[in-house]
Structures are given as structure tokens and as C-alpha cells.
Design a protein around this ligand. Structure first.
Ligand code: FAD
Ligand code: EPU
Length: 343
């Protein structure tokens, strides 16, 4: 299905009133390839999206947006593992719920995250002590220039905190069309995250339900209040830098990260700048979680950008930590450098 000059207001979770020149819904890879050829023929920018839950449209998009809706969930098994092969257009949360219903456990900590399956490897989605990399076995990418499909095994994906090979080597000219996930048949709850430490789960459903309650407290439902989840990434600093900050801010949350580094809590840093419930136009900081920027109804892209700039400057001046957006910034011709836009 192809539509012209299409509003994206209900199609991006921030609820920004932006538009695209063409919008195509693709249920098979051939439609994606045709759309790409069409974009080359018309010399228009091309953008693949899932559910636009991690994008900030800085302005109207001047090209062709393809919404990936390739469906299909195939389940294989051996004596120890459930092996899933999932179409990139499946909804992530529904997949998690569907698997639990079938008695296939393991993904419950990642429940309630909006978006499609095809997007989850890109920033290696993570929540409540778990990241996609813990279960991902491969990612199938379609090379738009020649139609070839390449399977990239997990070991080659360079997964790290909110990062993967799909943000660089396999970024332009590639579209993720399927993801492979392996889950151990012998289920073990993961309760390492502070918010879950007290829980004594009997089944994966207990974790699923608890995470619903935690998320409900901290993260607004995008259908009610526009948002993209965490707007910025949590900063990662050296142990030395963390120690220095702790001297001045002894209550600052610190989490050990790989290679002797420390992950800080951007939400806490923002809160310390007395920015909670701070508004520019109709954009603001969510009252229960300072890392979440919201659209109260009629915020413009410029409102969100001004707010994000203000936050970055205030946190930078107070802590000498310069926050980097997690959300991807999209200009008329495609993705742009989000840090540069805020500098
Ligand atoms: P989109 O926003 O549509 O796209 C994101 C980027 O991926 C874009 O650059 C797009 O071009 C690209 N892309 C999309 N599909 C493909 C494809 N098939 N092939 C190649 N490139 C593609 N994230 C977390 O990690 N943890 C959380 O706990 C979390 N909670 C959230 C809560 C809320 C309320 C919201 C709104 C967001 C949250 N997020 C979270 C962020 C977001 O849900 C995830 O990043 C999600 O995986 C994005 O999926 P999407 O399909 O909406 O991607
Ligand atoms: N905090 C504050 N004030 C705030 C917000 C947080 O002091 O306003 C403190 C909390 O008290 C806690 C710490 O910061 O000590 C961490 O807060 P929280 O558990 O809410 O998680 P987060 O670090 O803010 C990250 C992810 C979320 C993910 C949760 C749960 C990033 C950028 N964000 O948030 O992911 O759901 O942990 O694992 O890593 C997303 O990526 O969009 C997202 C929502």
C-alpha cells in the first residue's frame, strides 16, 4: 500500500505533527526492494521504520518511508533450546507475550518495550538486567543494492550498551528482515536489576507482571502522552571520573560496566539540575522519570530540540558530562548526527 503526503502524527510515539512525501507498508521483502528502487528512480531519500518509537523527526521527511511489517514466527527446538525465527515486522511485546503463553520463557524482562522485532538488534534493546544480545543468535539483513540476504551471527553483531553493527557497517543500504532468538528450555529468572531484587517469582509471568507495574509507574503510555522512552543514553565514564564525581555528589547512582568502566544514571543527573517538570512549549520532562521527554499534546520538533539542548547544557555545566541522545534524529533527507544537532 502506498500513500502520498502522509501525516505521521499517529505513526510516531512522540506524536509530532510531521509528514512524509510517501508512506509504504511492506509485508514482504520484495515490497521493500521495490520501494528502494522507486526512491532511487525519483532521487528521493529512503527510510525504513518499525513503529517509530525511537525516532525524533526534526522536520518533515522529504522522501519515502517504508514501514516494515514482515510477519511470521517459526519455532524450532532441540533438547535444550527453543529456537525462534521471527519476521522483522512482528511487534516485539506481542512476541514476548505470545511466547510466555506457549510456555517459552526468557524474554519476560524485555516485555512492554514498543517497536518491531527488526529494530531490537539495532540498539540491542535492554531493560531490567537483560539485553537482546543475551538471546539473539542471528540477524538476517537484506542488501538493498543487490537483493542478497546475509545472515549475521550474534558473535559478529558487536552488541554493546545501546549499540551494534547495525548502527554502522550495516546501516545504510541494509534492512533487517528477520531475527533469530534462542531460549533455554530450563528457565532461570533474572532478578539482578535493583527494582526486581525483592521479587520471588514462581514463573516468568510474575516478572512480566511486575515489570508492567514498574514501567507503568515510570514510563508514560505513548498512546496517552507522546514519548520515545529514554531520550538520552546513560553515560559511561572511567572509574577515575566516577570517583571524582562521587566526591562532590556522594549519592550519585553508579553501576559497574565492562572494562572497568562505570555507568551513570542520566535521569538522576537531570533531576539534580532541578529540571523535573521543566517545559518548553508543549514539551517537557516527565514527572516520574527525568530521562523521558514528553509531548503534552502540541509540542513541535523545535520544542523537543530546545528542551533537549537545555537539558544537555545544564547537565554538562553541572557535572561535565555531555549526554548523548538514544533516540535517532531524522531530518528531511534522512538520519542526522543527533549530538551535533544539540551542540
Ligand atoms: P523505529 O523507531 O521505527 O526505528 C528506530 C531506528 O531503527 C530508525 O533509525 C530506523 O530507521 C531503524 N530501523 C527500524 N526498523 C529497521 C529495519 N527493519 N532494518 C533496519 N533499520 C531499521 N528501548 C530499550 O532498549 N529499552 C526500553 O526499556 C525501552 N522502553 C521504551 C519505552 C517507551 C514507552 C518507548 C516509546 C520506547 C522505549 N524504548 C526502549 C525505545 C524503543 O522502543 C526501541 O528502541 C525499539 O526497539 C524501537 O523499535 P521501532 O520499531 O519503533 O524502531
Ligand atoms: N533516577 C533518578 N531520577 C529520575 C530517573 C532515574 O534518580 O528521574 C535514578 C533511579 O532512582 C535509579 C537510576 O536513576 O537509581 C536508574 O533509573 P531507572 O531504573 O528508571 O532506569 P534508567 O537508567 O533511567 C534504563 C533504560 C530504560 C530501561 C530501564 C530499566 C537507558 C537509557 N534507559 O533507564 O530503557 O527500561 O533502565 O532497565 O539505558 C529506553 O531505552 O528507552 C528505556 C526506557
Amino acid at each position: 500500500m502506498i500513500t502520498k503526503h502522509r501525516s505521521l502524527k499517529v505513526k510516531n510515539t512522540l506524536g509530532l505533527d510531521v509528514s512524509t512525501r510517501f508512506l509504504i507498508v511492506a509485508e514482504k521483502k520484495e515490497t521493500i526492494l521495490d520501494a528502494w528502487k522507486f526512491s532511487k528512480f525519483l532521487k528521493l531519500p529512503f527510510l525504513i521504520l518499525g513503529e517509530a518509537s525511537n525516532v525524533l523527526f526534526v522536520e518533515d521527511f522529504a522522501g519515502i518511508i517504508v514501514l516494515n511489517r514482515i510477519q511470521g514466527i517459526n519455532i524450532y527446538e532441540d533438547s535444550k533450546l527453543w529456537k525462534l525465527h521471527i519476521g522483522a515486522g512482528e511487534n516485539w511485546h506481542k512476541l514476548v507475550q505470545n511466547m510466555l503463553t506457549k510456555g517459552i520463557f526468557g524474554l519476560e524482562n524485555l516485555a512492554w518495550i514498543p517497536g518491531t522485532v527488526g529494530s531490537v538488534p539495532i540498539q540491542n534493546i535492554g531493560a531490567y538486567g537483560v539485553e537482546l544480545k543475551d538471546f539473539c543468535s542471528y540477524v538476517d539483513v537484506l542488501h538493498l543494492k543487490n537483493g542478497d540476504i546475509k545472515r549475521i551471527y550474534s558473535t559478529e553483531c558487536n552488541f554493546s550498551y545501546r549499540n551494534s553493527i547495525f548502527k554502522n557497517k550495516y546501516w545504510t543500504d541494509f534492512v533487517i528482515i528477520a531475527v533469530g532468538i534462542s531460549l533455554k528450555k530450563k528457565w532461570q529468572p533474572i532478578l539482578t536489576y535493583n527494582d526486581l531484587k525483592y521479587l520471588k517469582p514462581i514463573s516468568a509471568w510474575d516478572i512480566f507482571n511486575e515489570i508492567f507495574l514498574i514501567r507503568k509507574r515510570k514510563i508514560p503510555d505513548p498512546k496517552v502522552i507522546g514519548n520515545v522512552g529514554s531520550f538520552f543514553k546513560n553515560p559511561i565514564v572511567t572509574k577515575k571520573e566516577a570517583k571524582l564525581l562521587l566526591r562532590y555528589f556522594p549519592t550519585m547512582p553508579c553501576y559497574p560496566y565492562i572494562n572497568n568502566q562505570i555507568k551513570l544514571a542520566a535521569g538522576w543527573l537531570i533531576e539534580q539540575c532541578n529540571l523535573k517538570e521543566f517545559y518548553i512549549g508543549d514539551s517537557g520532562i516527565y514527572k516520574n522519570q527525568a530521562l523521558i521527554l514528553i509531548n503534552k499534546g502540541h509540542a513541535t520538533s523545535q520544542d523537543i530540540l530546545s528542551l533537549a539542548r537545555e537539558i544537555r547544557i545544564r547537565v554538562g555545566k553541572k557535572f561535565n558530562i555531555w549526554l548523548e541522545p538514544e533516540v535517532r534524529f531524522i531530518k528531511a533527507k534522512g538520519e542526522c548526527d543527533a549530538v551535533a544537532m544539540l551542540s
